[in-house]
Design a protein around this ligand. Structure first.
Ligand code: KIV
Length: 272
């Protein structure tokens, strides 16, 4: 398969605005380290996203709540070394922006200055609009995140569909408009009905990026471990598994262990 890294243009946050009018879909994928970011970039992913989902996928937490700024910075730095053309987007972890816009500016600055992110993402609508405005005024591109917002899992009572009722749907549309007005360059829509995602997408001039929000968004985001079959258990409804790497890795490691034990590895080709 052709690798187009050298011929592709660098993806920028403001550049994505035109993609919406052109009908060009945005491909966003999580990656949490150098090899995964490099592979995603080489495969032509537009936004390499170091999500706080790394709390579950990489660090083994139950939720995204415990993820710290230090953990995010560590992983964004690693991913940065693998990215050439994609936009490197970093999640702001729980507690890094909720208390005040000043906290948000300080922490987003760290993600961009120390770690090398080109944009940040935070969760919430109208209540964080002032923060989004402060960040963009400080020169930092911000992606919003509405619908199922995993940092509020305890308030929401679990990972469930959002925006199913009329009042909730109205609130999500208002929140999306508030984020756009505050200067966000795009908005993630997570686990909301496809018809609502379509309405939000039509209401905004900035792109929407869906996960579990149907086909009408301006782009899609997927979690690395989900699409590659590394997440244990059954695939989520919104995920398509493009590979079963978890199974393949386990089989390979089992074979390696077996061959060490039965002394068929190393073989004559492995040493001088
Ligand atoms: O952290 C993450 O991976 C996310 C996506 C689910 C959008 O926020």
């Amino acid at each position: 398969m052709e690798n187009t890294t050298s011929t592709r243009a660098k993806v920028t946050a403001p550049g994505l605005l035109a993609w919406k009018t052109e009908g060009r879909k945005i491909v966003m994928l999580t990656a949490y380290d150098y090899p995964s970011a490099r592979l995603a970039d080489r495969a032509g992913v537009d936004i390499v996203f170091v999500g706080d989902s790394l709390g579950m996928t990489v660090l083994g937490y139950d939720t995204t709540i415990p993820v710290t700024m230090e953990e995010m910075i560590f992983h964004v730095k690693a991913a940065r070394r693998g990215v050439a053309k994609a936009l490197l987007l970093a999640d702001m972890p729980f507690g890094s922006y909720q208390a005040s816009p000043e906290d948000a500016v300080r922490n987003a600055t760290r993600l961009m200055k120390e770690a090398g992110a080109a944009a940040v993402k935070l969760e919430g609508g109208a209540p964080v609009a002032a923060t989004v405005q402060r960040l963009t005024q400080a020169g930092m591109p911000v992606m919003g995140h509405l619908g199922l917002t995993p940092q509020s899992i305890h308030l929401m009572g679990g990972n469930r569909l959002q925006g199913a009722g009329a009042a909730e749907a109205e609130r999500i549309i208002d929140d999306a408009r508030a984020l756009e007005q505050a200067g966000a360059f795009a908005v993630v829509l997570e686990t909301i009905p496809a018809a609502l995602a379509r309405e939000v997408t039509a209401a905004l001039t900035i792109p929407t990026v869906g996960i579990g929000a149907g086909p009408y968004c301006d782009g899609q985001v997927t979690v690395w471990h989900d699409m590659l079959g590394i997440t244990p258990g059954r695939a989520f409804r919104h995920t398509r598994r493009y590979a079963e790497l978890g199974r393949e890795m386990e089989e390979a490691i089992t074979r390696y262990a077996q061959e060490v034990r039965d002394q068929t590895f190393p073989g004559p080709e492995n040493y001088v």
